[in-house]
Design a protein around this ligand. Structure first.
Ligand code: SAM
Ligand code: SF4
Length: 348
């Protein structure tokens, strides 16, 4: 039976939202990993021989809908569907269709996703029909050979076809580029120009120490964005702007081109003080911080009752434990993962 999130909540249910953590931060943003599987094997994200979770451990699409809908009822206005690669989850469009109803009621401000775009040619139009207006696409290089080296299994032409389909469907695109030392650092200016010509926002991301990579170390990959920024500043005038996308990026405007450019710098800049996010894994663990291990088991809560009482109580308890911040460090002494989870488990 599909529980209807709009049904009357049972009498045991604690007070509804908003969700405010012990540091006074109101939680308005839920990122949901709908699968840990992916059709790529990006070198900074996964080892080539990844072991994935047993399928029965995953939340069903109905359970994902129930949990997301409970968060929306508690004041969450932004849902980002991610993974793994969210568009490889079987029947994932059912979930987008279900969640789209909260956009229609006005309870949800934004339904969006982060994708590698390999399947976007097929899904751009249906996503737009569900109310998705913007997508984040991860793209680290415009060189097909390098693209294959970084993603191991990906093909650049499919991603570019996905981006064309997104444009045709009227979806706004933001490109996320992980800055990789010695790999794509010679391409940042070209990426900025390419994104400018296509009307895409662009955000650079620092490598985060998450999950074992099977041999490679993050120190080899890590390129501080402070360095990237000062290099770009030799060519362009970068002025800080107040724009916030609801995520952790800090933005500058490139005065010469008018473009907005984001930087996500978890290691060189502490972005925790304004954190309004929590993350749900595909097995129903709610992580209150990307860089800490503490989590709450929402799968047990959602399976405990057909009513949402235990689920809502578990969400409130979890938010009451949200930590002040993360402890990521990458240096010569700390080059292993700071947290054992891969980004594909918690969602980027
Ligand atoms: N598969 C989708 C994609 O690549 O867009 C969604 C999931 S992916 C885990 C989300 C984002 O996390 C991507 O932009 C990816 O580049 C980033 N990412 C993965 N592992 C990372 C790491 N160790 N450090 C920084 N970013 C990482
Ligand atoms: Fe897959 Fe995204 Fe991780 Fe690359 S970054 S392996 S596309 S989940």
């Amino acid at each position: 039976m599909i529980p209807d999130s709009e049904r009357a909540m049972d009498s045991a249910q604690p007070a509804a939202g908003p969700l405010v953590d012990p540091f006074g931060r109101t939680i308005r943003y839920l990122r949901v990993s709908v699968t840990d599987r992916c059709d790529f094997r990006c070198v900074y994200c996964m080892s080539e021989a990844m072991t994935f979770l047993p399928k029965p451990d995953l939340l069903t699409l109905e359970e994902l809908d129930r949990i997301c809908s409970a968060f929306v009822a508690l004041g969450v206005g932004k849902l980002r569907i991610t993974g793994g690669e969210p568009l490889v989850r079987r029947n994932v469009m059912w979930l987008f269709e279900r969640l789209g109803r909260h956009l229609e009621t006005g309870r949800l401000d934004e339904l969006t996703l982060t994708t590698n775009a390999s399947q976007l040619a097929r899904f751009a139009r249906p996503l737009a029909a569900c109310g998705v207006r913007r997508v984040n696409v991860s793209l680290d290089t415009l060189d097909p050979v390098k693209f294959q080296a970084i993603t191991r299994w990906g093909r650049l032409e499919r991603v570019l076809a996905g981006l064309d389909a997104a444009a045709a469907a009227g979806l706004q695109v933001k490109i996320n580029t992980v800055a990789l030392k010695g790999v794509n650092e010679d391409e940042f200016e070209d990426l900025i120009t390419w994104c400018g010509a296509r009307g895409y926002d662009l955000t650079f991301i620092e490598v985060m120490p998450m999950g074992d990579l099977g041999g490679e170390t993050r120190l080899d990959q890590y390129l501080p964005l402070s360095m990237v920024r000062s290099r770009l500043a030799q060519r362009w005038t970068l002025n800080e702007i107040d724009y916030r996308s609801g995520g952790p990026a800090r933005y500058v405007r490139i005065e010469e081109t008018g473009q907005r450019l984001g930087f996500i710098t978890p290691l060189t800049h502490n972005f925790c003080e304004s954190c309004n996010r929590v993350r749900l894994t595909c097995t129903g663990e709610l992580f209150m911080c990307l860089g800490q291990e503490d989590n709450a088991d929402l799968r047990a809560a959602v399976r405990a009752s057909e009513g949402d009482g235990p689920l809502v109580a578990a969400i409130h308890e979890a938010i009451a434990r949200k930590p002040k911040g993360h402890d990521f460090v990458i240096d010569r002494r700390n080059h292993g993962p700071a947290v054992p989870r891969h980004m594909s488990v918690t969602g980027g």
